[in-house]
Structure formats: C-alpha cells, structure tokens
Design a binder for this molecule. Structure first.
Ligand SMILES: [Zn+2]
Length: 232
C-alpha cells in the first residue's frame, strides 16, 4: 500500500500518479501494478439529449389518459348532474398547451407562446364557469385578475431581456407589488367594497426591498462592490 508523498492520500496499487494532486508515485517496496484493471472508467460517455418529439408524445399520452379516464368515470359512475370531468379535461388541455406545444413549435416567437398560455388559462376559466354556471364570478373576479396577470407578464416579457440583473430584480419586485394590489382590489370589489389590507403589507415590504436595490443601482461604487461579491 502506498501513500502520496505530497498530500498523504492512500493510493491504489495501480495508481501511477496521485488522483488528487497528480504527484508521481515512486515506491520501490510496492511498485505500481499496471496489470490491474483501472479503478476509474477510462471511456467518457455522454447521455443522449432527450428527443423532443418523444417527450411530447409521452406528455400527451399522460395528459390524454388522465383527462379521458376522468371523463369515462364521470359519465359511467359519478355523474350526479355535475360535469366535473370537463374541468379536469380542460386542466389537462391547458397543461398540454403549456408543456407540449413549446416542445413541438420551437421556432415560434416566445411572445406567441406566452399569449397562447394565457389564452389557455382563460379557456379553462370559461370552462369552469360553464360547468358550474359561474358567469358572475368569471366576469367580475376571474377575468379582471386574468387581465392583470396578463398585462404584468407581457410587460415583464418586453422589459426584462434589455435590463441588468439589479434592474430585473427591481422590476420583478415592483410587478409583484402591483399584482398583489390589483388582486386584493379585484377580490374586495367582488365581495362588495374596497378595503386594502394584506396587499398594502406586501407593498410596504416590496418597496423596502426595492429601495436598497435602487440605491445600489445608481451608486457606481456600491454597484461594483456588489458585482465583485456576488460574481455578476
Ligand atoms: Zn497527492
């Protein structure tokens, strides 16, 4: 048994150099046995990248099976006057648009994909309203929230790629604050009166987090220091 003279690690009998510090192994009492099979694989193999079409097929089969089974169960056993399986099937269709369509249409611009994803959400909301006769909450609650989320996501899609990391953090934080204020406003107005509570707490925390970022953003010395410490 040999030990590395440099770092002291225990060496295998077939090691000609130390695997940690690459120091050559010289031990007249226990010479390197080159006939032993190497302890480490000498061939480098790489995992093949996932085939997008096969992955799309797998996801389609899973989602189709889940939606189809629920429809069958609903129709055959648990009908009770409620078409609940339509909601499950609609959710599966929405997930299909979110996951499989980007795999199949790689060259379509990301803005179209984002628009399609948002439309899929709107479709599911309309389906839930149809199945539960909930046109009131759809018009007065779900759609205004959907509009708010859509506008914020489209704004972020447009603005984020052109900004630095600090500006992106500030924009995402600011968008979250606006979205929470909008969300509570929609819920309050649906319930009968605007009384902001928790969204103001989120807004105060968000602004408190954005202020230091804003100061760092416009003080070159601080900005250099942050870049140096966090490696960006
Ligand atoms: Zn060593």
């Amino acid at each position: 048994m040999s030990y590395c003279v440099n770092c002291g690690v225990e060496l295998d009998k077939d090691a000609a150099t130390c695997p940690l510090c690459q120091t050559p192994v010289v031990n007249p009492v226990c010479p390197v046995d080159t006939t032993l099979p190497p302890n480490f694989p000498v061939e480098r193999r790489e995992v093949e990248p996932v085939n997008r079409k096969e992955l799309a097929l797998l996801l389609s089969a899973m989602l189709g099976c889940a939606g189809g089974c629920c429809v069958l169960l609903n129709v055959l056993f648990w009908w009770q006057g409620v078409p609940w399986s339509a909601i499950v099937a609609g959710a599966c269709a929405m997930l299909w648009v979110w996951t499989v369509v980007p795999l199949l249409l790689r060259r379509v611009p990301s803005i179209w994909m984002l628009g399609l994803d948002l439309l899929a959400v709107a479709g599911l909301l309309a389906l839930i309203a149809l199945a539960t006769h909930g046109w009131d909450w759809l018009g007065r609650l779900a759609l205004p929230i959907w509009w708010g989320v859509s506008v914020v996501l489209l704004f972020l899609w447009y603005i984020l790629p052109r900004r630095s990391i600090l500006s992106r953090c500030m924009l995402v934080l600011g968008s979250c604050v606006v979205l929470m204020l909008w969300l509570e406003g929609c819920i309050d107005l649906f319930l009968g009166g605007y009384r902001p509570m928790w969204s103001l707490v989120v807004a105060v925390v968000g602004v408190a987090l954005m202020l230091p970022l804003l100061i760092i953003r416009y003080r070159p010395g601080l900005r250099r220091e942050v870049r140096r410490r966090f490696h960006f």
